[in-house]
Ligand binder design. Sequence first.
Ligand code: NDP
Length: 449
Amino acid sequence: MTFSLSPKHDSLEDYLADRAPNQPEFHQAVVEVMGDIKPIIDQHAAFKDANVFARLAEPERMISFQVPWQTDEGTIEVNRGYRVQYNGAIGPYKGGLRFHPSVNPSILKFLGFEQTFKNALTGLPMGGGKGGSDFNPKGRSEAEIMRFCSAFMQELHRHIGPDIDVPAGDINVGGREIGYLFGAYRRITNRFQGVLTGKGQSFGGSAMRTQATGFGVIYFLNQMLEAHDDGVEGKRVIISGAGNVATYAAQKAVELGARVITLSDSNGTIHDPDGLSQDKIDWVRSHKAQSGASLEAYVDAFGGTWHSGDTPWGVEADIALPCATQNELDGSAAKTLLKNGTMAVVEGANMPCTADAKQALRSADILYAPGKAANAGGVAVSGLEISQNRTRRPETADEVDEALHQIMFDIHSVCVEEGTRDGAVDYTKGANIAGFRKVADAIVMQGVG
Ligand code: NDP
């Protein structure tokens, strides 16, 4: 039997193996989405005629370049830089830059693919993109990070612009790196324009962009719980990661009365049964801002236990928020969460659940939200930053927070609308279908060259 979307291939897996060999993360993301959208394609001749599937299973453009830069010792290192302009049907490409040794085409293509659907869900005119480098900032000095950002922009500036592609931050790219990247862009081009988001507020950044992804995760979680006449107050929450998304999700959860009992990093997990406070979260943020610092030092400062090399998923809790990286929660961790009576799993990271874990969580009687819906708050506020840069009128933190609330509310509503079956909401299905419809309609309406 041949795969109905491609006469030459027996299955979607065969198609991807042929078109994008050795890209497991990319295959994982596409297979998951296709499972939900194939029935929609089958029902719409226009989507089939325009071959929307094949056009979404491949980036529109992918740029790969050399980044030579100088260390403090004066030696020259060479990293590889990328920008994946995944799909621009509904707006200029938009998505973060990641600096991590694991960065490769498979990871950036999966992130660009997911970003395309996520950006569509925000209701704002943003296409999907992603980029970054295999540069490892751990152990590098501030001056080396600045030189690397500058060298990276030497090439990237040719491919971005307010009407072309507007990158932002991601893993290991925060406010400091965005500042260096923006400075390099301005020096190279002599243009002060909204070409990056996540900027400092003194040079065009939006209030609340730093907090937006983590806060948005909790606003989304609250919507899910409120639909069941429940809320986060009093709930035990386990969170992975100790970076931007994890710490702001923790902060908002604590503010709303939850007890956050774990955080983690690439070295291990801290378990603090007393729960994190604002002071403890502030300490984590400033400690982790030191290059290469391990979370282990938390235990000396505040008590609790350190679990070297472990993830948080074995700790009993009501709510689990994976906020570190892709494939950090596998099938056996999902079984443990279900056995421990976890009532909600909400993804702060992009694709943190393996395919097995996702399958187990989607088929269980719990609340489970995918990253493309739950972590869309960050890119949504980036979208608002673009508007503020256009009009040169900054908005207040209260105005942005209110807009963020509304966008997360709307994403929740559309997921419920598209994902309800037999009285239960499949948020993954809802998000995939709603995001797909918007992008696919735009692709069809724009024809081909
Ligand atoms: P940060 O760099 O701020 O933090 C990443 C955290 O994850 C760090 O604590 C890091 O630990 C940990 N981590 C990274 N890799 C691994 C690994 N292989 N195993 C265990 N822990 C790991 O990144 P963000 O918080 O910005 O991003 C986290 C996730 O959220 C990513 O999936 C990102 O794509 C996603 N996301 C981010 C958005 C944003 O606005 N920043 C928007 C939407 C999604 P260590 O310090 O030890 O490296």
